[in-house]
Design a protein around this ligand. Structure first.
Ligand code: AVJ
Length: 354
C-alpha cells in the first residue's frame, strides 16, 4: 500500500519498525496528516460548551506545561514524585528480578528522570537494554531521549511522540515488555476513560508482559490540597498555562491575569478537582474554528482531576481487565504505591470459555 494512504496507526507502526533496525536514539513522530491545533480547538470547543465547563487535561502538557510540571515535582508540598522515586530506588532490582530482561515502555515519560533507577537495575543484569518512552510533548521527549542516550549508551532508545493510545499498536512488536505508567497519571482519567485505557492496554499486551502502575493513595485532605496548591504558585501557573497555550496555538487572546487557580479535594469522589476561576468575563476565540466563546465572570472551568486510590479496591478492579497483581510496593507512610501487574492468560475471566 502507498504509505500516503496508510492510516495514522499504520504509518506510526511502519516508522517504528524502521527505527528498530537503527542504533543510538530515534524519535518516531505522528504523521503530519492530523492537525494538532484543529484537534485542540475541537476539544476546547466541546468542553467550553458543556456544563460544567471543562478542558481535557492532556492539553496541559505542551513544552511550557511540561516544564512547569517538572517544577511542580520539585515543590516541597508535592510529595508524589519524591515518594514514588524513593519506592523505585528501593525496589528497582526486585522489579527486574520479577520481570526478567524485558523492554521498558513508558507512557507519559516526560523528563524520564525516574526511569534511570530502572535502567540501572536492568543494566546490572544484562549488557544491553531497550527503552521506549511515549509522550505528547515533543520537547520533553527529545530532551529525555538525548539525556538517556548520553547516560546509557548500551540502551537502545526509541521515543514515540504520541498520545498513549496511539502507541498501543506498537506493544505487540515490543513484547516481552514492562509498561510503565508512573506519577499517578492514571488518576487524571475519569472512570470511563480509565475503563477504555485499561481495556485497550490489556488487549495490546501478551500474557508474558508486565505493567507497573504508580498510584497516589487516599489520605488526609490537608496534605492532598497542599500538594495541589503549592506556596510558590507553580501549580497555579500550570493551570493558567492551559489558556496561555490556547493564546499561543489557537489565537484565543484570554487575559491569563483574570484566572485564579482552584484545587480542592472532594472527599466523596476521592479526587482533587482543579479549576480555572475567572475573575472577569473573558472571550475565548478559537481561530481554527473561527468561533468565540464567552466565559462569564465568576465561572470555573475544570482543567484536571487527580483521583486518589485504595490498593485494596484497585487490585480487584484491575483484575477484571486481566491485570493480575505480582507485588505491591509502598513507602513507610503508606502515601503512595507502585503496583507490579502481569497480563493474565488469554481467556482469563471469560466466563463460559475457560
Ligand atoms: C502527574 C498528571 C498525575 O495529577 O498529580 C500536578 C499532574 N497537576 N499538579 C497529578 C499535576 C497539578 C499530576 N500527574
Amino acid at each position: 500500500m502507498d504509505p500516503f494512504f496508510a492510516s495514522p496507526d499504520l504509518q506510526i507502526c511502519r516508522r517504528f519498525r524502521d527505527a528498530c533496525t537503527g542504533t543510538g536514539s530515534t524519535i518516531v513522530r505522528r504523521p503530519p496528516g492530523d492537525d494538532p491545533a484543529y484537534q485542540f480547538a475541537c476539544s476546547a470547543a466541546s468542553g467550553l460548551l458543556s456544563a460544567p465547563r471543562h478542558l481535557e487535561s492532556r492539553f496541559l502538557y505542551d513544552a511550557e506545561g511540561s516544564a512547569l510540571f517538572e517544577r511542580i515535582t520539585q515543590q516541597p508540598e508535592y510529595y508524589l514524585t519524591r515518594t514514588e522515586t524513593s519506592i523505585l530506588a528501593a525496589h528497582a532490582s526486585r522489579i527486574r528480578e520479577l520481570t526478567g530482561p524485558v523492554t521498558l515502555v513508558e507512557l507519559g515519560s516526560g523528563s524520564s528522570l525516574k526511569t534511570d533507577l530502572l535502567l540501572h537495575a536492568w543494566l546490572e543484569q544484562a549488557s544491553r537494554g531497550c527503552y521506549v518512552p511515549v509522550d505528547v510533548s515533543d520537547s520533553a521527549l527529545a530532551g529525555a531521549c538525548g539525556r538517556i542516550n548520553a547516560k546509557f549508551p548500551q540502551v537502545r532508545v526509541i521515543g514515540v511522540n504520541s498520545e498513549y493510545q496511539d502507541a498501543f499498536p506498537l506493544l505487540p512488536l515490543l513484547s516481552p515488555s514492562l509498561v510503565l505508567f508512573l506519577g499517578s497519571s492514571i488518576g487524571n482519567f475519569s472512570e470511563i476513560e480509565m475503563t477504555r485505557f485499561l481495556t485497550a492496554l490489556a488487549a495490546s499486551l501478551q500474557p508474558t508482559d508486565f505493567f507497573l502502575l504508580g498510584i497516589d493513595l487516599v489520605k488526609e485532605k490537608k496534605l492532598l490540597e497542599a500538594a495541589y496548591n503549592d506556596a510558590a504558585g507553580v501549580t497555579a501557573n500550570f493551570t493558567r498555562n492551559m489558556f496561555a497555550r490556547m493564546n499561543r496555538e489557537l489565537g484565543s487572546s484570554v487575559d491569563t491575569g483574570a484566572i485564579e487557580h482552584v484545587a480542592r479535594y472532594e472527599e466523596g469522589r476521592e479526587q482533587i478537582e482543579t479549576f480555572a476561576y475567572f475573575t472577569s468575563q473573558q472571550a475565548v476565540f478559537l481561530a481554527p474554528l473561527d468561533r468565540q466563546f464567552l466565559i462569564p465572570q465568576g465561572e470555573m472551568v475544570q482543567v484536571e482531576i487527580s483521583r486518589k486510590f485504595h490498593v485494596e479496591s484497585l487490585l480487584p478492579y484491575l483484575k477484571r481487565f486481566g491485570f493480575l497483581p505480582e507485588q505491591v510496593f509502598t513507602d513507610e507512610r503508606g502515601w503512595y504505591a507502585l503496583v507490579l501487574l502481569r497480563r493474565a492468560p488469554k481467556y482469563y475471566g471469560c466466563r463460559g470459555r475457560l
